[in-house]
Ligand binder design. Structure first.
Ligand code: C2E
Length: 391
């Protein structure tokens, strides 16, 4: 088959409208349900033979013809997203773009033309970029990505693995999610060091408030592990293979579920709680013991979000509410969390008002006691859930 594929045959296929998209489900770890899909191009030849992308995308990339393929096919994906959104308006679809597309001066215009007005919910189109193919530090790339973000579209960093990603990429690009490379996901279940590394990748993404999609989940063991590690989304043959749009719609309507209690998100929430406690105490002490305004201001700047619903722990509470509607321990944690924030504010106000050492110490102890109470409750909830899940 390979020998027959040339630039001329690819160009002819494009002219004959022979490229179609398959969709592979992306599953939310919070609901266990399909919440999106990756669009994956296929070449459907006139005799019905389906040619996978690995057999023609590299040639299209080498010759630069990929930009034509992207521009001509993007409207098809946009149309498919609108169709899917009539069934479920939150379903998102990721679309792969190549580094060559970014160098193409007409790319942004084509992207905006295909989406503005035509796509009802812009955020439901995720532009998937592969970091190894880009120079994220390149000014042009950064500008294109910021323009895409400003337009309201989403961006996913594909093939994420510790070896390639620089801190700059994660902190300076307007990303919605990172997709962990398939081999990294698969190795996490099989090797101790890869498992540890994976756990820290998830934690890093979590700190930056990025969703994390584990790609290449092929079995139940890896699925359970991804829930235990705190991935927000999963994709792989375990859920389903890429399929034509009609089949994907049928699957979506059937509404399959792979619900696994997301223990990993609960562990991350425990860390968030501990970080919050530490950051508030540190800030209060720095403010109480330093008169220098710059130091005091920087201490306040480093504080976590003080609104109970907006801090990372509060977001976990909100996100897992549907899973815990009837649960009394969860309700208690929610109430204590509000009280915990109230004590944090009291402590900080005292520090800012220059209260004496004894009063500050008492406020730290009260704040800390509330934290201990909460940690007990969070672990009680975990044990309840573990019993339900495993026995
Ligand atoms: P990718 O973006 O990393 O896409 C994921 C590939 O992994 C897909 O292969 C998918 O079928 C496969 N996959 C998903 N889950 C599993 C799993 O659990 N196990 C295994 N072994 N494989 C899994 P596919 O469809 O052959 O696509 C290959 C590559 O072709 C894509 O890699 C992407 O780089 C490129 N590609 C696909 N569609 C497009 C497109 O529209 N434009 C561009 N520029 N590239 C595309």
């Amino acid at each position: 088959m390979n020998q027959k594929i040339t630039l001329t045959s690819i160009a002819k296929a494009l002219a004959n409208d022979e490229f179609i998209f398959y969709y592979q489900p992306i599953v939310s770890m919070l609901t266990g349900k399909i919440c999106g899909a990756e669009s994956l191009i296929r070449w459907r030849q006139p005799d019905g033979t389906i040619i996978p992308p690995d057999e023609f995308i590299p040639i299209a990339e080498e010759t630069g013809f990929i930009t034509e393929i992207t521009r001509c096919n993007l409207p098809k994906v946009v149309k498919d997203i609108n169709t899917l959104n009539q069934i479920n308006d939150s379903i998102f679809v990721s679309f792969n773009v190549s580094a060559k597309d970014f160098a193409d001066t007409d790319f942004l215009e084509a992207l905006f033309q295909a989406t503005t007005v035509k796509l009802e919910n812009l955020a439901n189109l995720c532009i998937e970029i592969t970091e190894t193919a880009f120079l994220p530090s390149d000014e042009h790339t950064q500008k294109v990505l910021h323009d895409i973000d400003a337009q309201g579209l989403s961006i996913i960093l594909n093939d994420f693995s510790a070896g390639y990603t620089s801190f700059n990429t994660l902190t300076h690009l307007p990303l919605k999610a990172i997709k962990v490379a398939m081999d990294v996901t698969q190795r996490a279940a099989k090797s101790k060091n890869d498992f540890r590394l994976f756990r820290h990748l998830v934690s890093m993404a979590h700190q930056l408030q990025l969703n994390i999609i584990a790609e290449g989940v092929e079995d139940e063991e890896t699925h359970i592990l991804m829930a235990a590690l705190g991935c927000t989304h999963v994709q792989g043959f375990y859920y389903d293979r890429p399929m034509p749009l009609a089949d994907f719609i049928e699957l979506l309507q059937k509404g399959p579920s792979w619900l696994e209690y997301p223990f990993g998100l609960e562990y991350l929430a425990q860390y968030d709680h501990i970080d919050f406690r530490r950051d508030v105490i540190r800030a209060a002490l720095m403010i109480s013991t330093h008169q220098d305004n710059d130091i005091r201001e920087r201490s306040l700047m480093r504080l976590p979000e003080l609104e109970p619903k907006k801090c990372l722990f509060g977001q976990w509470l909100e996100n897992t509410r549907p899973l815990n509607l009837e649960n009394k321990t969860y309700q208690q944690i929610s109430d204590e969390h509000i009280e915990f924030h109230h004590l944090a504010r009291t402590l900080l106000d005292m520090a800012l008002e220059g209260e004496n050492k004894d009063k500050i110490t008492k406020a730290i102890v009260a704040f800390s006691d509330k934290s201990k109470q909460m940690m007990d409750l969070i672990q009680d909830l975990e044990i309840e859930r573990l019993k339900e899940s495993f026995f």
